[in-house]
Design a binder for this molecule. Structure first.
Ligand code: GDP
Ligand code: GDP
Length: 475
């Protein structure tokens, strides 16, 4: 689970500017869901080796009328989903009635909140920030988001201690879960190899792997509202079964539904909130980005559902980008494949081919959750993706495959010298990581890196998961 930080404040105080600065280093991950979330933007940030989600809430100014009231309420919902709130005020404009209204609301929330006075560039920060102490919400942190001034201090002194504590808490929970499942010690398994006097890798015995069937595979069922997630969940659980996991989760918690099929245990991470048959689902908000991002983070396999009639949207691509960056295995289901003309089917397939090129390792299924067509095969791909992501690979095997790849197709010359791959070892799994050592390997062109990746994918028979290859100079 990733800690969530919400940026709150009236319009124009500099929330977007701070958002861009915090998420800058990972801009590919900025997920923008305007249609669904009204002004809210979600991105991933990294500081001091901690990852967290940043939510830009759009402005609230406390004077909303009519439709604006609802928009402001939507913004306030983001606070519900957050672990920490950064309350931005404008040091140049001074305190306004809107600031006081927001502060009033925040005080009732009982969330860790920091006041941040922005735009202190070129003015006397101390005297212009002083009045915000009257809000009685603790220290006022001075920044100039546009220039980056004070942002590192804000992160180091205010935000990170809280994030670290939350991350530790999440990690403890995860460690407890792993211990329960009996997974092996990653650090021990993926230590760098040792060498004998001839410089050859000394083979160590492979640790016992947990049998695949003993571990429940957690898959997150994600997708836009109405693509058919609830219908699929009900279908997977079987018509007859009464769903008893109909708990009212908080807005950011998915429902975890255990199930089994052909002796394999699964946990469906249900982001839709499955409803009991005959009951109308009631959720404040049908789609929560934080919920979806958390589900991706917590899953072994991400099952992205699309509606054949709607095609693939930028939001879907953002979600896939996030899953890919998190190193998750991915399976894609195109739902509502029933009752479509052949022409339309062909067109949908062409469109998907074109837009999903960057994720060619993911299996694509055309299904009808309503009629149950193709649902069984989805499980085959989920199993395959999980098995691929957690495949045990030995140092001798990855080195052998590397040599085969190098023999079949030599790396290029760079600055008059042939790039030389020396040996490789496994660096981890979920997703599989391969570390290649050699001379000038960091300078390898992307085309050759892709060639190696595809070679490994074929040789190891790995589908449904990204493979990460790292290059290290020398031995
Ligand atoms: P939002 O509506 O709260 O998201 O505010 P924006 O990030 O869009 O910023 C509103 C305006 O304030 C823009 O014109 C920014 O360029 C400006 N701004 C943001 N941060 C700073 C800052 O640190 N100093 C100054 N002088 N202007 C800033
Ligand atoms: P969710 O919001 O993603 O959970 O979507 P639902 O499962 O609630 O489905 C939304 C609508 O699509 C409902 O009216 C379903 O009956 C319909 N639907 C779901 N799956 C299919 C399908 O395979 N084919 C067709 N034609 N309609 C479907």
């Amino acid at each position: 689970m990733l800690p969530v930080v919400a940026l709150v404040g009236r319009p124009n105080v500099g929330k977007s500017t701070l958002f861009n600065r915090l998420t800058r280093t990972r801009d590919a991950l900025v997920a923008d869901f305007p249609g669904l979330t009204r002004d809210r933007k979600y991105g991933q940030a990294t500081h001091a080796e901690h990852n967290f989600i940043v939510v830009d809430t759009g402005g609230i100014d406390g004077t909303e009328e009519g439709i604006e009231v609802e928009m402001a309420e939507q913004s306030l919902l983001a606070i519900d989903e957050a672990d920490v709130v950064l309350f931005l005020v404008d040091a140049r404009a001074g305190m306004t009635a809107a600031d006081q209204a927001i502060a009033e609301h925040l005080r009732k929330q009982n969330k860790t909140t920091f006041i941040v006075a922005n735009k202190v560039d070129g003015i006397d920060g101390d005297s212009s920030s002083a009045e915000f102490y009257n809000l009685a919400m603790g220290d006022v942190h001075q920044i100039a988001a546009a220039h980056g001034r004070g942002v590192t201090q804000l992160l180091d002194h205010a935000l990170m201690p809280v994030i670290e504590q939350l991350s530790e808490q999440f990690e403890d929970e995860l460690a407890a879960q792993i211990q329960e499942r009996g997974e092996i010690d990653l650090e021990q398994e993926f230590a760098e190899p040792e060498f004998d006097e001839n410089g050859d890798v000394i083979e160590v015995e492979e640790p016992e792997a947990v049998p695949f069937e003993d571990v429940p595979i957690k898959f997150a069922l994600i997708g836009r509202p109405n693509v058919g997630k609830s219908t699929l969940t009900n279908r997977m659980l079987g018509e007859e079964r009464v769903v008893v996991y109909d708990m009212p989760g908080t807005t950011r918690d998915s429902i975890y539904i255990p199930m089994s099929r052909n002796d394999q245990d699964y946990v469906i991470i249900d982001t839709a909130g499955v409803r009991r048959r005959g009951r109308i689902r009631q959720t404040v908000e049908k789609f929560s980005v934080v919920k979806t991002l958390q589900a991706i983070e917590d899953a072994n396999v991400v099952l992205l559902m699309l509606d054949a009639r709607e095609g693939i949207s930028d939001q879907d691509l953002s979600l896939l980008g996030f899953a890919l960056n998190a190193g998750r295995s991915i399976v894609i289901a195109v739902n509502k494949w029933d009752g479509l003309d052949q022409d339309i089917k062909n067109e949908v397939k062409r469109e998907l081919d074109r837009r999903l090129g960057f994720i060619d390792f993911a299996r694509l299924h055309f299904i009808s959750a309503l009629h149950g067509t193709g649902v069984g095969h989805l499980f085959d791909s989920i199993d395959e993706a999980y098995r691929s992501a957690t495949k045990r690979i030995s140092t001798s095997m990855v080195t052998r495959i590397m040599k085969m790849a190098q023999d079949d197709h030599q790396p290029p010359m760079i600055r008059g010298r042939r790039v030389k791959l020396k040996y490789a070892h496994a660096g981890g799994y979920n997703p599989p990581r391969i570390v290649i050592h050699g001379n000038q390997v960091k300078d390898l062109p992307d085309s050759y890196k892709r060639y190696l990746m595809n070679y490994y994918r074929k040789a190891l028979d790995v589908m449904g998961t990204p493979i990460k290859i790292e290059f290290r100079e020398g031995v």
